[in-house]
Design a protein. Structure first.
Length: 160
């Protein structure tokens, strides 16, 4: 592995307890310290994140990641009513992450102005790219997960 590389670990489990969340977070911390690799754990459609994040916050994170890589494209938001490939891809990523966070397909669809069938297609598209080990998609998801973890860590520190 390359120093600072990101990996994703997929677990098949229908439910996750608070104890399991703590164990996963502890594992991720130790793994990052020992190997200098950021790992992300996905457990079916359940989130391993400790604080619920709003759809607006997810959108802002996805938009900021998209803007880092497509500086010359204007306007840049997943909310833009366009079929430009980068925006469509990031909109699909938004749908996948929002679904992992526990939001309903209908709720996600209402937020971005699409129907639930579009959300189903978006999630399946991202899942297929993950299964095919598409490097761009994996890097995109890992970067966004890191941004979400960072934001949630900051929220956790404010609570303490």
């Amino acid at each position: 592995m390359i120093d600072g590389e990101h990996i994703t670990i997929n677990l098949i489990r229908s439910e996750i307890t608070d104890s399991m969340k703590e164990d996963i977070e502890h594992f991720l911390y130790r793994f990052r310290i020992k190997y200098n690799v950021n790992a992300h754990v996905m457990v079916n459609t359940k989130s391993v994140f400790s604080h619920r994040i709003t759809l607006e916050e997810i959108q802002q994170i996805v938009d900021s990641r998209m803007k880092m890589f497509f500086v010359h494209e204007v306007p840049l938001s997943i909310m833009d009513n366009t079929r430009k490939r980068p925006i469509v891809t990031y909109r699909q990523v938004f749908c996948k992450i929002a679904r992992l966070m526990g939001y309903s397909m209908t709720g996600i669809g209402k937020y971005i102005g699409r129907d639930h069938a579009t959300i189903i297609h978006s999630v399946k598209t991202v899942d297929n790219l993950i299964e095919a080990k598409d490097k761009d998609m994996m890097n995109c998801l890992n970067d966004i997960y890191l941004m979400i973890h960072k934001q949630q860590f900051q929220m956790h520190e404010k609570v303490l």
